[in-house]
Ligand binder design. Structure first.
Ligand SMILES: *Cc1c(COP(=O)(O)O)cnc(C)c1O
Length: 366
């Protein structure tokens, strides 16, 4: 039995290797490592892909969220509603932007931010950050209705190309952020991210703040920092973006295959798709009601790169203790954290690999 990784980055690289090498050669020949022509080209291509007019490349996804929040110029210390079940970066960006995370619980079926809980928290808050967890959009229509005049900022780090009612991730919020961390559906060869928006003023503000507050060399109009997309990463992202629709389709086929292989099995619940969503399966997370950690250990022992995303919800992280939440604050997120188990899924995964995962999982469950 050969090992099966959670994500196979080499398999993705093999598909773009030639294009990436040619692109790197082009950049190396000019030395335009910062703000080279590939950055502008990628930004235009990614804006179009996201159904908006503007995309601004950033150094990573956490910065993209921070820049989006800073561009909105909310009152210092204002509350920002976000789900407890997310990668910690969502909450970090809120704090970094000088704002206050207001966490809410998720729904028990899809583990996406629960509109009923968001409704309770929004009156005391200035903005809402839904997280499109695991590759599917949070319920955007109810959330936009609830938010009213408050800006909605999508955390689309896990959902490049995902749709709801036909409308693509990144085009729902007033401004949205994404990450091109290597393991994401659209992954760079290092850290990278982007902000997307239809609003020209916001796009300009993001560009300014992420480039030392400067639109013209040595004129610093506003306080900023350095968070730009590298030209070499833009080369990689351009090559991969062209493959992304096909790759997302392959992920959907692989998710369907797990459905066939694992459907009806006792002891696990398979992930569902919220009605109206076109899922891009960034992560395929099943739930194991009893003995999840033993099942995970058995998978690892058999060379299967399963994981847990995420084992500890944000409100129980030591770093966020001062927000004042405790065990029991968000029971749905807490229960899920003890049950979720992510199986290997990537566009190039083979039927044989998936059968091997399923076989090992069935044995581990019994
Ligand atoms: C990956 C991720 C981020 C942060 O992205 P980085 O590029 O690693 O900074 C933010 N939010 C979510 C939900 C993520 O999965």
């Amino acid at each position: 039995m050969t090992a099966i990784p959670l994500v196979d980055l080499q398999a993705a690289h093999a598909e773009v290797a030639e294009e990436v090498r040619e692109g790197f050669d082009r950049v190396l020949a000019t030395g335009a490592y910062i703000k080279g022509p590939d950055v502008a080209a990628f930004e235009a291509e990614y804006a179009e892909f996201s159904g908006v007019r503007h995309a601004v490349g950033t150094a990573n996804g956490t910065d993209a969220l921070e820049l989006a929040l800073r561009a909105l110029r909310l009152a210092p210390g204002a509350g920002v509603v976000l789900p407890a079940n997310t990668f910690v970066a969502t909450a970090e960006a809120v704090v970094r932007a000088g704002l206050r995370p207001v966490l809410v619980d998720v729904d028990p079926e899809y583990l996406l931010i629960d509109p009923a809980r968001a409704a309770e928290a929004l009156p005391g808050a200035a903005a809402l950050v839904p997280v499109h967890l695991n590759g599917q959009l949070a319920p955007m229509r109810p959330l936009l209705d609830l938010a009213g005049d408050r800006p909605v900022i999508e955390d689309g780090a896990q959902s490049q190309g995902a749709r709801q009612d036909g409308r693509v991730s990144g085009s729902w919020g007033r401004i949205s952020a994404t990450s091109f961390y290597p393991g994401k559906n659209l992954g760079a060869y290092g850290d990278a991210g982007a902000v997307v928006t239809d609003d020209e003023e916001l796009a300009t503000a993001v560009r300014l703040i992420g480039d030392h507050g400067s639109g013209r060399k040595y004129v610093h109009e506003t306080f900023g920092f350095n968070s730009r997309l590298d030209t070499l990463q833009a080369v990689v992202l351009r090559a991969k973006l062209r493959r992304l629709p096909g790759w997302n389709e392959a992920r959907r086929a692989a998710a369907a295959r797990y459905g066939e292989l694992l459907g009806g099995l006792d002891g696990i619940t398979l992930p569902g798709t919220l009605p109206g969503n076109e899922h891009v399966w960034h992560l395929y997370a099943v739930r194991v009601e009893h003995g999840r950690d033993e099942v995970l250990a058995k998978l690892h022992a058999a060379g299967i790169g399963a994981g847990i995303h995420y084992p500890v919800p944000v409100h129980l992280q030591p770093a966020f203790r001062e927000l004042g939440y405790a065990e029991g604050s968000f029971p749905v997120a807490e229960r899920a954290a003890g049950e979720i188990l992510t199986l290997p899924l990537f566009p190039q995964i083979t039927a044989v690999q998936q059968e091997q995962v399923a076989e090992t999982l069935v044995k581990a469950l019994h």
